[in-house]
Design a protein around this ligand. Structure first.
Ligand code: MLT
Length: 280
């Protein structure tokens, strides 16, 4: 039975869910969303892997913070949670900002990881212009409401032809998640992303398999970001998802789940070979 769990590590209460059997796949959400973006993976992969998805600090139902945190702090939170839960090695997946955290994790705790799944993300740091824009947004946190951000940002997260409301309610779900994110968390995450370093060399040195997934119509992440990561990664598989924007796991869950299934299969322990007992 799956239910939300609350656990305190690093002095903060974290909300997470875990479901399924098999090798563990941990999923980190995009900005400024929460673990619910992974619903299609939590319910669609549990027959072959143990999916664990959490709300990072200040997001979703995890404890709110003063907004003073870094991408590295988010990686340390996950490390503390996985230690607390007694998990050994796992595959770490991250979407966009979740991908930035996954790469920071790979730099700090490579021994924990059997592989990475990097979705709609990039290894490079912000351009000076982007950095400035983020810091400006963070500084004007009292002047905007998450609802305003939700209105402008949510449609850009989907492939253009899907950015209008669809019967499955994805757009309104994303809008509601953004609206529910505390302004201090939004400002803190913008500063954290602005200050993150280039992690291309971390990927170049990463010795485990990596699945890279990109939405073909992503309006937020430049299309060459996935190619740049694949170019430096020693062991990479690239999957481009048609008719998907910045949230391919929600827009085209069957394609993304199929790619994740294929990727996770290699970590499934092989059944022990049957040794016939000797007749005496
Ligand atoms: C995200 O989806 O996590 C953000 O758009 C990433 C970013 O702003 O770089």
């Amino acid at each position: 039975m799956r239910k939300d769990m609350l656990t305190t590590v690093n002095g903060l209460e974290f909300n997470y869910v875990h479901h399924g059997v098999g090798p563990t796949l941990v999923l980190l959400h995009a900005f400024p969303l929460n673990y619910r973006m992974w619903e299609p993976q939590i319910t669609g992969l549990n027959d072959m892997c143990h999916v664990l998805a959490l709300d990072m600090r200040g997001f979703g139902a995890s404890e709110a913070t003063d907004g003073d945190f870094t991408i590295e702090n988010l990686a340390d939170d996950l490390h503390a949670l996985m230690q607390h839960l007694g998990h050994e090695r796992f595959v770490l997946g991250g979407s966009s900002m979740g991908g930035y955290v996954a790469m920071a994790y790979a730099e700090r705790y490579p021994e924990d990881l059997m592989g990475l799944a990097l979705i709609a993300t990039r290894a490079t740091a912000d351009t000076p212009e982007k950095r400035e824009e983020r810091l400006k947004t963070a500084a004007s946190v009292s002047a905007f409401t998450p609802a305003t951000l939700a209105k402008t940002m949510a449609p850009t997260m989907f492939a253009p032809e899907y950015s209008k409301e669809r019967p499955n309610g994805l757009l309104s779900a994303v809008r509601a998640w953004i609206s529910g994110t505390p302004p201090l968390t939004i400002a803190g995450a913008q500063r954290a992303m602005a200050n993150r370093p280039d992690r291309t060399q971390v990927l170049a040195g990463f010795q485990e398999p990596v699945l890279v997934i990109a939405g073909e119509q992503d309006q937020i992440m430049p299309p060459d970001a996935a190619d740049q990561m694949v170019e430096v990664l020693p062991y990479a598989t690239l999957v481009r998802v048609p008719n998907a924007g910045h949230l391919p796991n929600m827009e085209q869950p069957e394609i993304v789940n199929q790619a994740l299934r294929q990727f996770m299969k290699q970590f499934t322990p092989k059944p022990a070979a049957h040794t016939p007992s000797r007749q005496t």
